[in-house]
Write a protein of this length. Structure first.
Length: 377
């Protein structure tokens, strides 16, 4: 009993409480924005569901922070296959509007690709660490390309979710860069994509996908496609420095902003709380990204460092893409703003990811303490 209490005490000391506090501040701020966004719906369902997800996410954070990720990363091939099974389940049970990202059981729903991002980050980090150990030979590069390519193909084929596919692709590129993959490989890959772009545009992209990209540059030619971006950017601009006031946003309260409690939650902050409200959103997310990068720098092994870097990259990409969507400079691809948008699976997954980063930081701190004690004796 005394040993168990000692372990709990040590865990409480070593766990990253600042990162957890940042997560709670961001998600509670998001909860207030969701309350405002759904106030006109005259139901507390969205707020209560999100609050329950925050509680579940906090538990996921604390559990993940207690785990050493390194044994899992060593079995990256097993995690890769599990991820394919998870993503492939959408072929049989996937549902959704416009894509098939969700699996629903009665009133409960989940997005397999959200959990799939965590599996991908850990498995890709393990494979990158293995490749670094071998000196990143050609076969290692090809294996990494196959890993990332097959996962992205599964996401696109079974969920038809462009935003999620881009998230997986960026995570892979960011982690490869963090692993020190030579710039020559990035140049070769970029050249190949550029050369194939006309074919991809002609044969892979459908008319709706083309319209979403072109609407960024010529919104007047695609008014229906550009409508969401126009409304969100106008709402943010109308907020000025301090906003119209909480629950006072006309576009928010009259539901002129599409998907206002999910993809467009930043527009709610911009209209009602102004530039100051948006700056607070971005500051919280930036601090979380910095905390994950700090965990990557403090890690004592490649797999842990790359896992933490991948989590930081995931958070950064989703933030940049969602902000770009809302201010009309990037295509609208349906990717939520981490910790702020409504979505149970998304919020739990983000807490889980932050818990993994916290676990990496905790293990590094514990090993440093052990070395210091060993050196002093």
């Amino acid at each position: 009993m005394k040993k168990m209490l000692s372990s709990v005490r040590n865990y409480a000391v070593q766990v990253d409480k600042l990162l957890l506090l940042l997560c709670l501040l961001a998600s509670c701020y998001g909860l207030a924005l969701i309350y405002s966004a759904t106030y006109s719906y005259q139901t507390a369902q969205y707020v209560s569901t999100q609050a329950a997800a925050i509680c579940l996410g906090t538990a996921a954070y604390l559990l993940a922070a207690a785990v050493d990720i390194r044994p899992f990363a060593r079995y990256y091939a097993v995690l890769f296959l599990l991820n394919l099974l998870l993503l492939g389940s959408l072929h049989f049970w996937g549902v959704g509007d416009g894509n098939r990202s969700w699996i629903r059981f009665g009133g409960f729903g989940m997005q397999p690709a959200e959990l799939g991002k965590i599996l991908f980050i850990v498995s890709f980090a393990g494979q990158l660490a293995h490749g670094r150990k071998n000196g990143m030979r050609l076969r290692d590069i090809l294996a990494l390309l196959a890993h990332a390519g097959v996962v992205c193909l599964f996401v696109m084929a079974f969920s038809r979710d462009d935003g999620m596919t881009l998230a997986f692709l960026f995570i892979a590129l960011f982690m490869a860069f963090a692993a020190g993959v030579r710039g020559l490989w990035f140049l070769a890959g970029g050249t190949a994509v550029a050369a194939a772009l006309p074919l991809l545009w002609t044969f892979l992209f459908n008319n709706y996908q083309k319209a979403r990209i072109l609407a960024v540059f010529e919104p007047e030619k695609y008014p229906d496609t550009a409508y969401q971006a126009m409304q969100t950017s106008h709402a943010i601009a109308s907020g000025g420095l301090t906003g119209r006031g909480f629950l006072q946003g006309t576009q928010t309260q009259y539901s002129l902003i599409p998907t206002k409690h999910t993809d467009s939650i930043l527009a709610v902050a911009g209209e009602e709380l102004g530039f100051a409200g948006c700056a607070a959103v971005l500051l919280l997310l930036a601090l979380m990204i910095a905390r994950c990068l700090a965990a990557a720098f403090r890690a004592h092994d490649d797999a842990s460092a790359l896992t933490a870097a991948g989590i930081a990259g995931m958070l950064a990409f989703q933030t940049v893409l969602n902000v770009g969507m809302n201010i009309g400079v990037l295509p609208v691809v349906g990717l939520t703003l981490p910790f702020f948008s409504y979505g149970g699976t998304s919020i739990v997954t983000m807490y889980l990811a932050m818990g993994v980063a916290a676990g990496i930081r905790r293990v590094a701190r514990m090993e440093k303490t052990d070395r210091d004690l060993g050196g002093s004796s």
